[in-house]
Every structure is written in structure tokens, then in C-alpha cells.
Design a protein around this ligand. Structure first.
Ligand code: FE
Ligand code: CA
Length: 539
């Protein structure tokens, strides 16, 4: 979505290691991680089967604490979890303050915070070509179990992170924070502090807009200078790395990463506003070769997230995936930008908002791309869990933003409203599946509860819970009056806590009082729940 003070008018503003993408470390064979297998220049595999990294930690002189961005975990499975860090003593410098050589990093996973009972450990390579990021797939773990992890390099030890494996089979419930949109310049991260301080979460799900491409500017009410991008709008790999690093310097964001494992998806601002398969938004102030920008943007995203993927190749990285939360639910994480057709009706729309046109209704149009769509329809139909949870990086249910009951309907055309035939195919699959459906979404910069259909279907299919932005400016324009399927709307900052059980899917809406106060209290302001069967809310 265009991120301006109103949504419509203003913009401010490593492989082949698919299976071993994050390395193959286990207790018996420490190995390199995060690096393509075809990299003899930076790795060597001696005949004894171990992997060595040129430039062992003891040989590399570091200019300061290399763990300035903290640690993170993600993509838990019942027996594994990805551990992440990046060695970067000077996060806002082009080279991060690191030498141009690989560094060996030690990692440990323990039952206890004091690391007296270590259950997995090894070494991993932090390569200069991947900004000395480290991705370890720690395996051999037990399901639904808490673990602590840390990294060491030379005399430096990282902060300790806590993580939790997924349940395997039956479980009473599973609870995660649904989150989105954390523009660094638009506010402090009190919402992340609130997430970190909770003791009831199994995970965080982030739907996208981790960084933004906005130009630097001090938007704080007291002009305190604390939240200003260090670089112009990013175009190069160095630019994108510095954006991620600057965002990750925030202690509350680090605390949220260190509290629970994350499932991270991307949206548009990880490259540029409203981008699609081959280009940017109607106005792309950065310009240049879009494919080149996408290539470096995807690499920087990969370098900075705790994900179980090989590094992107030539600007492509399939990130859609399904996560099975025991027998309770499957999370269907989809990518609505990389493979999308161009938003329709650009002759008449402004920042991809406006009335429809024939192009919008073309049944051939795709938001997910043919391969991802086929994958999604299969995954939805094949659910063996109680719930199908579709995690959409943008609004799924749709919204008439014309503002007048007798006006021609208008839409945000870069979201699902610009691709109604594709949306109907997904909705039909959700309706046909044995599992109960709920849509969980982000991007809009407001809290919503909506019925999915009618509007594009005869009767409500399921509920959609839209989480508000962590810090990005809320969009206050209230379209409730013209949209009978909107059950709740609140333009605030905060997050949603989702609790899944066989009996219900509950969404608790948590609001930050003052987005410019890093110590701002957070309050639960609304709670909606749906059970199996017809869409019916209690709150
Ligand atoms: Fe956003
Ligand atoms: Ca967005």
C-alpha cells in the first residue's frame, strides 16, 4: 500500500542448499551454513568430512562487539529451528566494520539459560559476501520445547535468545503475535517491547514491510533525531543492508526476536511501494534498473532474517510455505508481490487506488503467479488440521473506498481487490476444504475485523483479522459505512495476538498508546473469536 498520511494522496515519504539452506550442522558434523555448495573459493571440505572456513575467529581482528544486531530464531519445526545472527560491529558502515573474509562462529543450543545442558552445538561460517550473516538449522530437538541459544566468536558472546519448537500432533492451543509494518522513521517500537515482555507467545508472524524505502526525515513530534534513516532511498546492496541494520539496532525489536521464533514474510516496502513482478508503483522515486534493485533487496532481506531458504539467485526467491502447527492449524504464508501481474487500471488510478476497469476483471490475472497459486490451492485442499490460516500480506476481503454509497466502487488495486478472479479461486478452495478457514493479514495500517465475502461471494466464507502496524502511520479514513462486511475498524498502532484451538480462533487487538514513546504502555482493546461453522463472532 502507499504509505502516506492518507492512503490515497501522499507518499512519504546462500545453496543449492535448499534442504541444507541454513547449513547442516548437527552434533557430529559441524559445517558451514548459509553458503552455496558451489563456493570452493570460500569453503573447503577436507577428506575427513569437516568444513573449514578461511579466517578462523582467532585470526580475525574485530573492531568491536560483532553482535550489535542481537540474535534471532525462526521457522521452528517439531525437531529443528533456524538460528540467526550477523557479525557487524559497525551496523551503519558499508562494510559493517568487518574484514573482507569469512569468520567462523560457534553456536550452542541448551535446555537452560546458563548453558549447563547443551543439546546441540557446532560452528558456522559467516561469509563477507553475505554480510557475515549466520543461518544455522539446529536439528535433533524435541517438539513443543523451550530452548536457549547463543553464538560466540573470539572473546565475544552474543545475547541469549529463547526459542520454542513446534508441537508435533495434538496440543490444546498455539498462540502467536500477528504483526506488520514497522517503518523505523514513523515511530518507536513500544509494540515490540510489549511482545517481548509477554510470556504467553509461541511465535511471532510478521506479514511484511520490515524496512521502508522512504527518504530520510525526522518525523518525530519533538524532532529528537532518533529515528532518521542513515541513507537515501536504497538502491544498492549496501543501502539495503544498512536499512536492515539500522532497523535492527532497536533494542525492543531485538528483544522481540530474542523472545520467540518468528515466521517472516515480505511485502512491498522491502523493495519499493506497490511493486509487482517486473516493476514498481505508478510513481517510483528511486528508479533505475528494477530487476537489479530487486536482486540486492532480496539478498539483504535473506541476510537479515531467520529463514530456512538458500540465498536468492538472480533476484528470485520463492518464500511461500506452509507451517503445520501440530494438528491444530496450518499457516499458509504467501507472497503477493514477486509473481504478481501489474496492478490494473493504471490509466485512471492514483497510487494504485481508484475505480475498476475491464482489466481488473480479467480471469487470467494473477497475484500469486501460476506456480504459487497451484501450490496454495493444493495446500488448502490437503489440510489435515482443524484450521487453514491464510496469512496474507495485504487485505484479502476487499474494501470499497469510494466513500459515497452511490459512487462507483473504488479499490486499492495492488491488493486482492485488483485481482478478484484470483481471489475467488482461493476463496473457493478455502470453502471446499475440510479445515475451517481464517484469513490473517497485514499492510493496511489499521485494525480490522471483516467478513471475507459477501462482496465477491454470496455468503460470508470466514473471518479476516487484520493486524495494525507496529509503528507505521495509521490510516484513519473510516470506510465502515460503505462496507457492511467490516465488523471492527480502529486506526492505531499495535499488534494482534492469535490463539488457535480446536474450538476457536481468537484475535486479541493490542494497541500502543503513544507510538513516539518507546516505553509506551500497550492495552488490549478488543477481542474477537470465531468457532467452526458459520461465521459468527463473540467479543
Ligand atoms: Fe506498511
Ligand atoms: Ca505494504
Amino acid at each position: 500500500m502507499s504509505d502516506g498520511l492518507t492512503r490515497r494522496t501522499l507518499i512519504i515519504g546462500t545453496v543449492g542448499l535448499a534442504a541444507a539452506a541454513c547449513g547442516s550442522d548437527d552434533e557430529t558434523e559441524p559445517g558451514l551454513t548459509g553458503s552455496p555448495p558451489s563456493s570452493p573459493d570460500s569453503t573447503a571440505t577436507p577428506s575427513d568430512g569437516t568444513t573449514t572456513v578461511p579466517g578462523a575467529a582467532s585470526e580475525v581482528e574485530l573492531s568491536g562487539d560483532p553482535f550489535s544486531l542481537g540474535v534471532a530464531s525462526g521457522e521452528p519445526l517439531p525437531d529443528a529451528v533456524v538460528l540467526w545472527t550477523r557479525l557487524v560491529p559497525e551496523p551503519l558502515e558499508v562494510d559493517g566494520g568487518m574484514p573482507d573474509e569469512a569468520v567462523r562462529v560457534r553456536w550452542e543450543v541448551a535446555i537452560d539459560e546458563a548453558f549447563t545442558d547443551v543439546v546441540a552445538d557446532g560452528t558456522a561460517g559467516a561469509e563477507a559476501r553475505y554480510a557475515h550473516s549466520v543461518h544455522v538449522d539446529a536439528t535433533g530437538l524435541d517438539p513443543a520445547t523451550d530452548y536457549f541459544y547463543r553464538f560466540t566468536v573470539g572473546d565475544h558472546t552474543s545475547p541469549v535468545g529463547r526459542t520454542r519448537t513446534l508441537p508435533d500432533g495434538g496440543r490444546d492451543d498455539y498462540r502467536f503475535a500477528l504483526t506488520t509494518c514497522q517503518e523505523f522513521q514513523w515511530g518507536e517500537y513500544a509494540a515490540w517491547r510489549s511482545v517481548a515482555e509477554r510470556d504467553d507467545l509461541d511465535a511471532v508472524v510478521f506479514t511484511g514491510d520490515y524496512i521502508y524505502e522512504s527518504p530520510p526525515g525526522d518525523l518525530s513530534p519533538d524532532q529528537n533525531g532518533r529515528r532518521v534513516w542513515a541513507t537515501p532511498p536504497p538502491a544498492t546492496l549496501d543501502d539495503f543492508r544498512i536499512r536492515y541494520a539500522q532497523t535492527k539496532t532497536d533494542p525492543s525489536l531485538q528483544a522481540a526476536h530474542q523472545a520467540v521464533p518468528w515466521f517472516v514474510m515480505w511485502d512491498d516496502h522491502e523493495i519499493t511501494d506497490n511493486y509487482w513482478r517486473d516493476g514498481g508503483g505508478q510513481i517510483d522515486p528511486i528508479g533505475g534498473d528494477f530487476q537489479a534493485r530487486r536482486t540486492v533487496a532480496y539478498q539483504a532481506w535473506w541476510e537479515h532474517q531467520p529463514v530456512r531458504f538458500a540465498p536468492p539467485v538472480d533476484g528470485y526467491l520463492d518464500v511461500h510455505r506452509v507451517v503445520k502447527l501440530g494438528d491444530l492449524a496450518q499457516l499458509l504464508l504467501i507472497d503477493t508481490r514477486q509473481h504478481a501481474d501489474e496492478p490494473p487500471c493504471r490509466d485512471t488510478s492514483v497510487l494504485d487506488a481508484g475505480v475498476g476497469c475491464d482489466e481488473r476483471l480479467d480471469p487470467e490475472r494473477t497475484l500469486l503467479g501460476p506456480e504459487q497459486e497451484a501450490w496454495l490451492l493444493d495446500a488448502v485442499a490437503g489440510a489435515t488440521t482443524d484450521w487453514n490460516l491464510l496469512v496474507s500480506p495485504s487485505l484479502f476481503a476487499g474494501l470499497d473506498i469510494s466513500g459515497e454509497s452511490d459512487a462507483e466502487p473504488a479499490y486499492y488495486l495492488e491488493a486482492w481487490d485488483g485481482y478478484p478472479a484470483a481471489r475467488q479461486r482461493v476463496a473457493d478452495a478455502l470453502r471446499s476444504a475440510d479445515a475451517e478457514s481464517v484469513v490473517l493479514s497485514g499492510d493496511y495500517h489499521a485494525s480490522f475485523v471483516l467478513d471475507v465475502g459477501p462482496g465477491f461471494d454470496d455468503q460470508p466464507l470466514c473471518a479476516e483479522f487484520m493486524t495494525p502496524a507496529i509503528s507505521s502511520v495509521p490510516f484513519a479514513e473510516d470506510h465502515t459505512a460503505g462496507n457492511a462486511h467490516v465488523r471492527y475498524f480502529d486506526p492505531v498502532n499495535g499488534y494482534v495476538v492469535c490463539t488457535i484451538s480446536p474450538e476457536e480462533c481468537r484475535a486479541d487487538y493490542v494497541t500502543v498508546a503513544d507510538v513516539w514513546d518507546p516505553a509506551s504502555p500497550s492495552t488490549e482493546v478488543a477481542s474477537y473469536r470465531v468457532g467452526p461453522g458459520a461465521v459468527s463472532y463473540t467479543h
